[in-house]
Design a protein around this ligand. Sequence first.
Ligand SMILES: C[S@@+](CC[C@H](N)C(=O)[O-])C[C@H]1O[C@@H](n2cnc3c(N)ncnc32)[C@H](O)[C@@H]1O
Length: 420
Amino acid sequence: MNGMDPQTLTELLDVSVLDRLDRIEDLPADELARSSALRKEGYSAEVTAGLLTQAQLRKDAVKKLGPFAEDMLFTRDGLAQATRLPVAAHHARRLLGEGKDTGGDADDTGESADSAPTIADLGCGIGADSFAFAGMGAQVTAVDADEVTAAIASFNLRHLANASVEHARAEDIDTTDFDALWFDPARRTVGKGSKSGSTARIFDPEDFSPSLSWVIDKAIAAKAAGVKLGPALDHSLIPDEAEAQWVSHAGEVVEVCLYFGTARQRPGRSALVMGDRTLLVHEDDLPAEDEEGVGELGQYLLEPDGAIVRAGLVTALCGPLQARRVHPKIAYLTTDVEPTGPASAGVTSYEVTDVLPAKIPSLRKALISRGIGKVVIKKRGADIVPDQVRRQLKLPAGDKATLVFTRLGDRHVVLLTQPC
Ligand SMILES: C[S@@+](CC[C@H](N)C(=O)[O-])C[C@H]1O[C@@H](n2cnc3c(N)ncnc32)[C@H](O)[C@@H]1O
């Protein structure tokens, strides 16, 4: 899965090569110039390529892992699949806060109730989740079936004395030895016959590695467990024993996590919005079905955060935001008052300035007459391709607006809006 052979990794792990990587910004930024400077210094073509790749991956990784990235190694796939650090810290809190079993077992074995809880990270990748678990005090055993990935995780966790890495298959680990289990099964595979090493998404959960049924069996049997999966997970695959929590970070839906045992806070579905502000919405916050109001378009259109939409919890925002749906099947809300307060972290708000026809010629005319020349296009419940529409509109220069293609009752309309 990793796109790096073990020999290249061994060469990269040489102290002098790592030192060169840490000082790579001393060289010209231009890749060709940088490459020839490294070759002149005596590095082989493979090590030079490895250094350039690692330098780029470190830069890319800062977005996910902050400044820690500058001291880490990556594979391209490993970085793509790595958990963002604030989200990994949330996983750690769930497994540690509620996952720490200070009850029977500790007393029976004579262990102090204060000893660090043990966590097995079964499919640790480059080690982002393990980094958070160990950084927050757990005794971590990180396991990966891929040799290069396990070696990279070892390197990345080297400063954390309470983390160790094993190159092994999760299926061969005795999971009963741990206070908590963490699973982030591989859901992408190297494209068959692909020279670029590009990966393809796996759709059948039984083809995840380890398979979802194996993971769920182990998670149900554990004292505490978390399972990270893709946000498009079919709701019918969520076991009754789990809490399913969809998470967005900085406006992007990043995962659904299934929590079991003492890591589970409230059974059912929840959505956690993480970013400048945090919001937790739970299935228990949903109004009764007969109170799920659909109503007239108000002055504001609210676009719920993707985690809330994926969790099926859009109407849980209606009460706190004094909002109603624009359509029973469309995930937009509307209100007459601009959202404020904690629940406003769960929506992006737009002020509606007009309702325009959805047919392109009439829409074009209406936009030009209002001086609109630049549009951001959003859609829900409308069968359009935004880029195509933008090309068809061919607007002359003018003001900027957000167009929302949607439905009000049976009518297809375009809402002319401005972000609040
Ligand atoms: C999605 S990545 C984990 C990412 C990790 N949570 C992080 O934040 O960096 C899944 C990892 O599982 C590993 N893997 C796949 N099958 C495995 C198995 N049967 N046992 C152990 N590891 C496995 C892959 O090599 C890959 O590194």
